[in-house]
Unconditional design. Structure first.
Length: 355
């Protein structure tokens, strides 16, 4: 998924049939959504369980912050809570503009922990830069009320988060659906965005036959919003395996936990149904520098049909291909992501100095 949209579903056709039949059986007793929502894992429990994962220890030590922000949701102005992780530059003298990291669906800000904090012997992005990782509304540990979620809603939330944090100009980085949230934000509020980095981003309309089997189920089956009832570690692992050369166990556990919350699951269903390429014709209007960071092993949004199109359509976009990466470079090879981002940001700063 995240193309973890596929998390919680079997990857093979036989698994898909099993998923649908068991879902129908579970719902035969007319399970109501209110009952489902009440019995799913709470956001508070989810946060505690995510912090308990060893991979997230650096984030646990830092702690998450919360801030009320004003967002335009479905044509109405509402105040919601922003949940985020802020890690100031370790050297005390940050380089360039702050970096804001945006996860995909149904992921969480914890996907960026290896990039932010680094690995043993390899510094992370926060070694020299101020970094923010935000939890997008309807995802992870962010509050969720079951409202319909769209790409535009999530992009508006990203813009509201930047403004709410008091950031005047940022380097915005997004993975998967988060990549589309990012490039839409760059179109909606160009004055706030210094650069965008798209990692395996969605945004183009897909033809029949290009959808994965589990995505077809989520888009077309009216019972899909209850699919979290069949969430299991086995299904999550099956969904992630095509994207990794060996799935990190705690990565699989993280997505399993996220999908235990009914609101997170529903947001995923809403977004997979909203993926339609409705603003692809506007990509040529993105005015800020753009880095297209793509893994050569990507199968959800192949480099040839997605990555190369972003390079072609966004004026002046740069392409960087990571040879041994699937859909989640930030998880598979965080050091490569940190290096690529660092080079991109420094090149922008050098250009500004030479003007």
């Amino acid at each position: 998924m995240e193309r973890t949209k596929r998390d919680g579903h079997p990857h093979r056709e036989s698994g898909r049939t099993h998923w649908v039949s068991w879902l129908a059986l579970l719902l035969a007793g007319a399970v109501g959504y209110g009952m489902v929502a009440c019995s799913s894992m709470s956001k508070a429990t989810l946060e505690r369980r995510l912090f308990d994962l060893e991979k997230n220890a650096p984030a646990k030590a830092r702690g998450l912050s919360r801030l009320p922000i004003t967002v335009n949701l479905h044509g109405q102005t509402e105040q919601v809570e922003l949940v985020y992780l802020h890690v100031p530059a370790a050297n005390g003298d940050p380089e360039g503009d702050p970096v804001v990291l945006v996860h995909g669906t149904p992921a969480t800000l914890f996907t960026w922990v290896p990039v932010i904090f680094g690995e043993p012997g390899v510094p992370g992005l926060s070694a020299t830069r101020d970094v923010y990782a935000i939890e997008v509304i309807g995802h992870g540990v962010a509050p969720g009320d079951g409202s319909p979620y769209t790409f535009e809603t999530c992009a508006d939330f990203v813009v509201a988060a930047i403004r709410g944090l008091g950031l005047e100009r940022v380097n915005l980085v997004g993975n998967s659906y988060g990549g589309e949230f990012v490039w839409r934000a760059a179109l909606n509020a160009p004055e706030l965005i210094h650069s965008v980095t798209l990692m395996h981003a969605s945004g183009y309309a897909r033809k029949d036959g290009e959808w994965l089997p589990e995505e077809v189920v989520m888009r077309e089956n009216r019972l899909a919003k209850f699919g979290w009832l069949l969430n299991s570690r086995k299904r999550v692992l099956s969904a992630l395996e095509p994207h990794f050369r060996g799935v990190p166990p705690e990565r699989a556990e993280e997505i399993f936990l996220v999908c235990e919350n009914a609101h997170n699951w529903k947001a995923m269903i809403d977004l997979v149904r909203d993926e339609n390429g409705s603003r692809e014709h506007e990509l040529g209007h993105i005015a800020c520098p753009a880095l297209i960071l793509w893994g050569a092993r990507e199968i959800a949004y192949p480099l040839e049909t997605f990555g190369q199109r972003f390079v072609h359509d966004i004026p002046g976009a740069q392409l960087r291909v990571l040879d041994d990466c699937g859909h989640y470079p930030q998880e598979e090879h965080p050091a490569l992501v940190v290096a690529a981002l660092g080079e991109f940001f420094r090149s922008l700063e050098n250009q500004a100095e030479n003007r």
